[in-house]
Design a protein around this ligand. Structure first.
Ligand code: FMN
Length: 207
């Protein structure tokens, strides 16, 4: 089949786009607003974009409030900081619950009964239950226009300035024990994938 997204002529019951760029890593973004309210939400339009400095991005669609900006994006833009927590099999239910649309004054960390712990270099909290935390300094926002004038996406870039890895997830050889972490990835619809020992394979790079 062939279709043109703008014409929405795929003829399928659901938009297939989200099922085509998969699996997407999930940036589980914790932040704090200007008056100290914590916030947590998952973003799967998320990725690492460079090594030196290590840089990540997440793309936030429109939010329900007057400024049309989701809480995570607003907090990062106003405080200049966020943490990207690694979502894994163990934390999958809380990750999903933290996507609830709540007013800015609500704290999803409290709602999901997760544990906020201080970061080393920034004031945004980390999620204790996550195996890995990337402490990030905001770099910039790139606004992506939507099809309608009222529609836009904020792509937020941040430099990773501090990285916490729980020691139990580092092997004796000094490698990240991905099979133990069991990261999860976003597929389309409400589906996810998990990285487990039998789903990992190795390919040697050509010379
Ligand atoms: C697995 C998952 C991935 C998501 N990815 C995105 C995303 O990439 N961009 C986005 O705008 N919303 C995404 N959402 C929805 C947000 O998490 C949701 O709108 C949330 O309420 C935003 O919270 P905030 O306003 O506290 O930032 C995702 C939800 C889930 C469950």
């Amino acid at each position: 089949m062939f279709y043109e997204p703008k014409k929405k002529n795929h003829g399928l019951p659901k938009n297939p786009f989200n099922s085509l760029v998969i699996p997407r890593p999930i940036g589980w973004i914790s932040s704090v607003d200007k008056v100290g309210v914590f916030n947590l939400a998952p973003y799967s339009f998320f990725n690492a974009v460079s090594y030196s400095p290590p840089t990540v991005m997440f793309s936030s669609g429109m939010g329900p409030n007057d400024d049309r900006t989701k809480d995570s994006a607003r907090n990062v833009e106003s405080t200049g900081e966020f943490v990207c927590n690694l979502a894994n099999w163990e934390t999958r239910e809380q990750m999903n619950q933290s996507s609830a649309t709540l007013p800015p004054e609500s704290d999803e960390i409290e709602l999901t009964k997760l544990t906020p712990i201080p970061s080393s270099l920034i004031s945004a909290p980390r999620i204790e239950e996550a195996p890995v935390h990337l402490e990030c300094k905001y770099i910039k926002t790139v606004e992506m226009p939507g099809w309608n004038e009222s529609d836009f996406y904020k792509v937020i870039f941040g430099e990773v300035i501090g990285i916490h890895i729980k020691d139990e997830f580092i092997t004796d050889e000094g490698l990240i024990d991905v099979a133990k972490v069991i990261p999860i990835g976003r597929l389309g619809y409400n589906d996810y994938a998990k990285v487990s020992i039998d789903s990992i394979f190795t390919l040697d790079r050509p010379a």
